[in-house]
Write a protein that binds this ligand. Sequence first.
Ligand SMILES: Cc1cc2nc3c(=O)[nH]c(=O)nc-3n(C[C@H](O)[C@H](O)[C@H](O)COP(=O)(O)OP(=O)(O)OC[C@H]3O[C@@H](n4cnc5c(N)ncnc54)[C@H](O)[C@@H]3O)c2cc1C
Length: 504
Amino acid sequence: MAYCVGPTGEAPNESVEVDFLVLAAGVNRAPGMEPGSDSLSRALREFMPRFRSPQVRRSLICELQADEESLQFMSGELHFAQYGSRDIKIEMSSLIPKDGYVTVALLGRSVDEADRSDNARILQEFLELPHIRRLLPGKLDLTPLCICNPNMTVGAARHPFGHRTAVIGDMAASRLYKDGILSAFLTASALADCISETGVDQRSLKKKYWPVIKRLRRDTWWGKFVFLLNRVTFSNRVLSRILYQAVMSERKTKPQSKRKLAHLLWRIASGDDTYARIFISMFHPATLAAVGIGGILVTARNYLAELVLDLKWGGFGRHPTAIPMEVFDAKRLQFAKVVDIEGPGQRPEFESMYSIKIRGTQEAILRQLGKFGDQDRQFFKPRAIKVHRTSGQPNEVGSVVRYGLPLRWLAFSIILERNLEGQCLIYRIRNGFAKGGVQVFVISPIRKRLYLLSIYIGFSFPRPKNPLKRVAWLAFKLAFPGFVHDVIWNHSLCKLKDLIENDA
Ligand SMILES: Cc1cc2nc3c(=O)[nH]c(=O)nc-3n(C[C@H](O)[C@H](O)[C@H](O)COP(=O)(O)OP(=O)(O)OC[C@H]3O[C@@H](n4cnc5c(N)ncnc54)[C@H](O)[C@@H]3O)c2cc1C
């Protein structure tokens, strides 16, 4: 015998006889409700006195309407941010653009502690965080259409079954912050298997159904450690910079199939693995080595380089500019087609390439690139490297820009050899140790008002006939600090992006 309780929790008014009672009523009979407090839960306890609802966490979900055209440049993107700020405590957030809308989901202490009247303020503060602002188009006008606080199951129920009774889905258990629908499927199919293959009594349910709930509970336990470590890392500037650097180093040096860190971050964001396995991967020797060498050592080295070169990061964000290994090879072939670097089939001895996505117009990007060599440019200003145009006009073929370096014998000039319809600027190195090499800027459209600005530098070191000089240049080549290029161009491209996007 079972009572029927309406979705709004009205009193039982009808009774039906059933062989087995399964409840899949979720944890949002009223959004943000206290599970276990409504009439359905009270009625359920008559059949399952030891049942205790799973732990839930309140979320803040908002549907924002936006001008479709402005949103175009975000199409196909999905953003996760795992930190808010000191004032707005967010542990998990996602921004999902769709046609004309952006769905924002937030979880964190600020949401836990707020009441409904704080929703609009929390959302506004979140959207104004610098790292969130940077993800959205500059002049995007977002209008909240609906905002609510549904519960998310973040644990497992106790005793989720009784004699000929069980709960499934969110009422029983869910993976921490992920895959609620998968958990609902797993619990539902496990229960169906149990009923059809083992039995409907409490012992059978314990034997066949309970292990699935236990697995989800154990996974959640590991998940708590995974998200704790994640939170500690992303809420600390130094640690997040180290991790960011480690991911960039890996991107540059390892093929996609061997990128442990990128794979690890993806699994955390998507929930594409068990949390136990994700946690173990976090401490795998290969992960620790990638963080230690590609992260800690490279960050320390780059930090010192930034100090020496007086490169400051105030007011604009760091963005990835490193090119993934496989893209590097494909792109250098494209460059080789337009630029006579070393002759067919030859590779320059030194090559570096960087790129950054910029919102704006081709003209705005070109205008800023034209300032390369101007006194009033606001990018590419490392201390000790004096770059100035010695002849010609901005972006004019034949204009010459001189790189003055502290050791005068290292100084050189570059001449704008070709300007291919404002999409590709090819500078040739005229003299100095890199004579014959190139510095190329390429502006490629991605979507309307979204461009990829790439820079390629390639040259070979001198090979004089004199054996002594040859040995000296070989030593110079071995000691050449190529990473300084990474530091300077990462800073310069991020600054350029900031200038162009704020100009748009
Ligand atoms: C904002 C948000 C975003 C999410 N995003 C994702 C995601 O992207 N991917 C993912 O996998 N999971 C996601 N989840 C989790 C996922 O929605 C749930 O885990 C999943 O829906 C649980 O399914 P369920 O059937 O247990 O409960 P629900 O989907 O909540 O369904 C319960 C149903 O029971 C009905 N009901 C309640 N009481 C009664 C009653 N007395 N009589 C009759 N009917 C009743 C309700 O009206 C409801 O239709 C999200 C959850 C939230 C809150």
